[in-house]
Design a protein around this ligand. Structure first.
Ligand SMILES: [Zn+2]
Length: 59
């Protein structure tokens, strides 16, 4: 399969995983970085990108 950065960004770029409770949150990266998005479960604001994790594990 050909990996297209644009497609990956479109599919996974807005998904984030809470570092504390691992809830998946959808939001723009700009908002995540600005701290505008809170985890709906535990309320904290630290997230990691979901896509990267998968890419690294896949290789
Ligand atoms: Zn959380």
């Amino acid at each position: 399969m050909v990996k297209i950065p644009e497609a990956i960004a479109r599919l996974f770029g807005r998904k984030w995983v809470c570092r504390r409770c691992k809830t998946v949150i959808r939001g723009d990266s700009q908002k995540i970085r600005a701290g505008e998005i809170h985890c709906r479960k535990c309320g904290q604001r630290h997230f990691r990108a979901k896509s990267k994790e998968k890419r690294i594990k896949g290789k």
